[in-house]
Design a binder for this molecule. Structure first.
Ligand SMILES: [Zn+2]
Length: 351
């Protein structure tokens, strides 16, 4: 009997060495068992071969029976497990229905595969409301990339009309839009790019009496305006409504941006630029000129900061001023801090 068992173990071992599948190895051992049982049934009692393999068929039949029992038990166990898993899958909570249509899933597929954005990040983008001040050089790329990225509600406020001299850099408008209000030209371009986002154009100048009410409808403010009075007004209203302010600015070949967010410990715009510069010290784009692609770079970075704030990805530019020099292709980061005597953010907190 020991001889047959050693033979079986040998078969298993050789099969394992050759990489034979387990099922095949069990089949070979089963054939060996059938051969031994047949030997006992065919050969006469007392034959040397029968004596060498245990003397009778009984122990082999017992062994076969035990093996069959184990097989039946295991297969029953597997069936029960499969049934339990199926029931579990049926009772598992279903993913939120109606969150994204098939078309949207395909549109945002390159975001959804990003670990830092994924499905939840794209959902957050869809739920987000961003207000953009100015539909000019910075507004054009910022609005375009945010609409393309699927920021669900985008407000844009501007009282200007498209001028021929804008088209050298304000790529959201077209030649046929000359003379049209910028917000309507921009809104049309955004809707044509992504019909799944809501665009709210406000054709008017941002003033103190409407700023706080308007800001209250949004989660983030993005400032791409072209004058210091409006920048300070935007900052004042953003601090009052505790909204993060993504602010960008340009002169000739140099651009800068930062995320002003005193509600999160970062400085506000007035902490860094406390005063409106004297007339002529900070010339506008119209007076000093600006290289066409520069607003594209800074405005796209502003859209990137908005996406980071919304999805929680990476580290936004809070407490950091990023300066980009297009003429020498150089970028610098400057650490900026809150001023304890800031008339805007500190005065607000003391109240
Ligand atoms: Zn401040």
């Amino acid at each position: 009997m020991a001889f047959v068992l050693i033979l079986a173990a040998g078969l298993w071992g050789i099969g394992a060495l050759l990489g034979t599948p387990r099922r095949m190895r069990w089949t070979m051992i089963g054939m060996l068992w059938v051969g031994v049982v047949l030997l006992h049934l065919v050969l006469p009692v007392g034959s040397p071969l029968r004596m060498a393999t245990g003397g009778s068929a009984a122990p082999w039949l017992l062994l076969g029976g035990l093996a069959a029992l184990v097989l039946v038990y295991r297969s029953a166990l597997r069936r029960v497990r499969v049934r339990a898993e199926a029931a579990e899958a049926k009772n598992a909570p279903k993913p939120r229905e109606g969150a994204f249509s098939e078309v949207e899933l395909e549109r945002y597929a390159r975001h959804i595969v990003l670990r830092e954005v994924g499905g939840p990040g794209q959902r957050a983008l869809k739920d987000a409301r961003v207000l953009v001040i100015g539909a000019g050089g910075l507004g054009a790329p910022a609005l375009t990339y945010m609409a393309a990225a699927g920021v669900g509600t985008i407000g844009v406020i501007d009282d200007d009309v498209v001028d021929l001299s804008n088209l050298q850099r304000q790529v959201i408008h077209r030649d046929r839009d000359i003379g049209r209000p910028k917000v309507h030209s921009a809104a049309e371009a955004l809707r044509a790019l992504n019909p799944h986002v809501t665009v709210r154009p406000y054709e008017r100048r941002l003033t103190e009496d409407i700023a706080a009410d308007l800001f209250a409808d949004y989660d983030i403010v993005l400032d791409g305006c072209d004058n210091f009075e409006t920048r300070h007004l935007v900052n004042y209203a953003a601090v009052a409504t505790r909204l993060p302010l993504i602010s960008g600015a340009l002169t000739q070949w140099e651009g800068q941006l930062s995320v002003f967010d005193p509600a999160q410990g970062a400085p506000c715009y007035a902490c860094v630029f406390p005063e409106v510069p004297a007339e002529g010290l900070a010339p506008s784009c119209a007076e000093a000129g600006v290289i066409g692609p520069l607003p594209g770079v800074i405005g796209a970075m502003m859209a990137g900061e908005a996406i980071k704030l919304i999805t929680g990805a990476g580290a936004p530019l809070r407490g950091t001023l990023l300066i980009y020099d297009a003429l020498f292709s150089d970028a610098r980061r400057i650490k900026i801090e809150r001023r304890r005597d800031c008339a805007v953010c500190c005065a607000k907190e003391d109240r």
